[in-house]
Each structure stands twice: as C-alpha cells, then as structure tokens.
Design a protein around this ligand. Structure first.
Ligand code: SIN
Ligand code: MN
Length: 266
C-alpha cells in the first residue's frame, strides 16, 4: 500500500494522517479478543494503572501471533518505508488499554523526546502508528494531537514520575498553550480498524476514560534501520534492541489468522 501525494503533503505539513477503517471488523475483532486475554496475564511487560487496571501491554508482537502479524503488516510497513525511504525495525510495540472507567490520562508530550533522552535515538526518523482496536469516540479518551507542532524540534520537558503510574517526559502548560494557539487540537475518532500515523515530534496526549467504553489502541513505533538506538536505558521489551529489518507478511495473513481462530472457537 502506498500513500498518495495529498496524504504525503498532509503528513509533512500537519504532522499526522488518519486512514479510516484500514483494517476490517474481522481483523480488529481478533486483536480485541487477544488484547483482553493478554491484559489478564501476569506478564512483566504489562504496565498497570494505580487501580490495577491494564494501562499498556508492551511487546505483544513478540509473544502473540495476531500481534506478530499486525507488527509486520504491509498496510502499516509499506507506507512508512515510503516516507523514510528505507527498511524499518520495531522500536516499540504497545497495546494501550485506556480501560473503561479506569483508563488514566497521558500528559502532553512528544515521543521523540523520550526516544532521544532515554534510548539514544539519533534522529526523529521513527513513526508512531496507532491502530484503533475499539471505536475511538469523543468521550472515551481519544488521542489528541497538536497539528504542526512537529516543526518545533525537541521541546524542553520535565520527567513526570508522579501524575500516573508511568514515567513520562511531559511539556509545561505555557508550551502547550503556545503551540495550541498556533495549531489547535485535533482528536480523530472512528470505528475499529482506523489507523493514525504521527510524527515523533508531534505533541499529543489524552484525557482519562470515565465511560464504560474501553479505548484500546495498538501503537507501533517503526524506526528507520539506520536510525537504530545507540544508548538504551529502558528494558528491551520497552525499547527493542533487535534492529533486523521487518519483512512484511501477506496482506491477508491477519484475516486468515482471524478465520482460523473463529473456526477453532466454534
Ligand atoms: C502515548 O502517547 O504513548 C499514548 C497515548 C494514548 O494512548 O492515549
Ligand atoms: Mn506518546
């Protein structure tokens, strides 16, 4: 799959691009079921909110077949290879739960700030791709983006160890106010299967989820192989050390897995 010129222009100017319903209900249903099963396991890769609800399941592509297929899916890999002009490896893979009632806030931040400070990534040549597993609604804590903020480079940030269960390099209110005055805020919503890609320096965050509707989103962080991390400080299930280029699977591999899974369950 290739992006057209209008999509490439929107990404370069605005710093983000939303592709509605890129995955089918059949494909996202199996991801949803497997994510819920993963959240119930006691793996160290699963970070929990202070309530005990799941917050993030890291590295599921290394221990779950459906997420392995998603992590090498051509609908995700090919457009990002097109943008960076080289092969990619998986820097980070996570399923963010934003659980019903308990899903906590993600403070305003840039991801490349963390990849540079904590992992020694040389350039912002890694891309975030969000795959909606549940419907993302205005009310269940959608990801909010500040358009065009990716042009600001790495902004000063403080290491917030207190607000949530997860340490994050966060931006101060004056910085966010200035950037929002220029670019506004967008919060793309849509059915399961929607895909949003956004630049590593794009400022983003999300509010808590007090609704009965979970908002599971899978995030792939695909890094250009030549831009591999140099000085990682985080566990390898958060910042991967395997820089092998991803070989895409067949376009129907996840759908075939979903059909097999349904047949086995029947
Ligand atoms: C993130 O920025 O890494 C996650 C934000 C979210 O899932 O709402
Ligand atoms: Mn982020």
């Amino acid at each position: 799959m290739r992006l057209n010129q209008q999509q490439l222009d929107q990404f370069r100017t605005e710093g983000w691009l939303f592709l509605p319903e890129l995955f089918t209900p059949e494909e996202t249903a199996v991801l949803g079921r497997e994510a819920e099963a993963i959240f119930h396991t006691p793996r160290e890769e699963i970070w929990r909110e202070r309530t005990g609800a799941p917050r993030t399941a890291f590295a599921a592509h290394t221990y779950n077949e459906a997420f392995r297929l998603l992590g090498a899916h051509p609908r995700l890999i090919e457009p990002i290879e097109q943008v960076f002009g080289e092969h990619l490896y998986m820097h980070q893979f996570k399923i963010n739960a934003k659980a019903a009632f308990d899903g906590d806030v993600w403070q305003w931040h840039q991801d490349y700030g963390t990849w540079a400070r904590d992992d020694g990534m040389p350039e912002p040549r890694a891309m975030n791709i969000a795959v909606f597993v549940d419907e993302v609604m205005p009310i269940n804590g959608p990801l909010m983006l500040v358009p065009r903020s990716h042009t600001e480079g790495v902004l000063a940030a403080g290491h917030d160890l207190a607000t949530t269960s997860y340490p994050l390099w966060t931006l101060d209110q004056d910085t966010v106010t200035r950037l929002v005055a220029q670019g506004g805020i967008v919060a793309p919503t849509g059915k399961p299967g929607g895909v949003m890609m956004f630049h590593g320096n794009l400022v983003h965050g999300s509010a808590g989820n007090i609704t009965p509707y979970p908002r599971k989103i899978v995030y792939l962080t695909l890094n250009a192989v030549s831009n591999h991390i140099r000085t990682p400080t985080r566990p390898d299930w958060i910042a991967h050390r395997d820089f092998t280029p991803i070989v895409p699977v067949a376009d129907d591999a996840l759908a075939a897995y979903a059909r097999g899974w349904r047949a086995a369950a029947a």
